[in-house]
Design a binder for this molecule. Structure first.
Ligand code: C5P
Length: 232
């Protein structure tokens, strides 16, 4: 898969999500479905969106004992999603078990990427709550290296970290990057943002874009603008 724009479909119901996707008559965007919509609607929303021809990043961020993650990943793999994810903090053993669970009898599997440290976790929280005393940049790169060692395909990170991740883990190790805003758009609650064009220049493989598209007056035009800046 080449560079692409993934729309974060952070909607509370299937009806809202489908109404949004109905606006796209000319293209089939890659979409990200997160916990809110999946827990509200269950696997049927994944089947419905897949049947409509979209690629899906199912963003459920698994983190449990290896056996449970392995079995859960097998369930998600059977839904025929394109990307799944987990927390690298679950250890290399958990990540390896996840890959085993994801791999279908015919040898195919969805891509698997890891969350390193959540962007909501800062140095102080890491030190005080988690007793991790290394600098956060080093922790992020260490977790990325663990994900690579386990055989994963990449990590979720900021476009601002994409270069360091590629330098440490190789250019084919995927960087899937949220925190993207148009130069003339609202930043909202995101702190360290880049434009789609900057994310491209920094080497992101996929940008994850939510509100700049979902809350736009013309979401299709906003999506096309992202594609024009990031992919074309
Ligand atoms: O609306 P917005 O473009 O901020 O959406 C970004 C999406 O990426 C949301 O679904 C958010 O949960 C997700 N995300 C993020 N930062 C991370 C990991 C995931 O913004 N570090």
């Amino acid at each position: 898969m080449g560079k692409d724009v993934i729309i974060a479909c952070d909607f509370a119901s299937a009806a809202q999500c489908i109404a949004f996707l109905d606006r796209f008559t000319m293209e089939k965007p890659f979409v990200k479905i997160g916990m809110e919509l999946f827990y509200a609607e269950g696997p049927s929303i994944i089947r419905e969106i897949k049947a409509r021809g979209h690629k899906i990043f199912l963003d459920l961020k698994l983190h449990d004992i290896p056996n449970t993650v392995k079995k859960s990943m097998a369930v998600l793999s059977a839904l025929d999603v394109d990307i799944c994810n987990l927390h690298a903090a679950g250890t290399i053993a958990m990540m390896k078990a996840a890959l085993e669970g994801l791999t279908r009898p015919d040898g195919t599997r969805p891509l698997l990427i890891a969350v390193t440290q959540l962007t909501s976790t800062d140095q102080a929280a890491m030190e005080n709550d988690l007793l991790i005393h290394a600098p956060i940049d080093q922790v992020v790169l260490h977790y990325a290296a663990n994900a690579k060692a386990a055989g994963l395909d990449g990590v979720v990170c900021s476009p601002l970290e994409a270069g360091k991740v590629h330098a440490a883990c190789g250019s084919s190790f995927l960087t899937v990057t949220p925190g993207v805003r148009f130069a003339d758009g609202d930043v909202g609650d995101q702190k360290r943002v880049t434009t789609p064009a900057q994310a491209k220049a920094l080497g992101s493989d996929y940008i994850v874009v939510g509100r700049p598209i979902t809350a736009a007056e013309d979401p299709v035009a906003a999506y096309r603008r992202c594609v024009a800046e990031f992919v074309d």
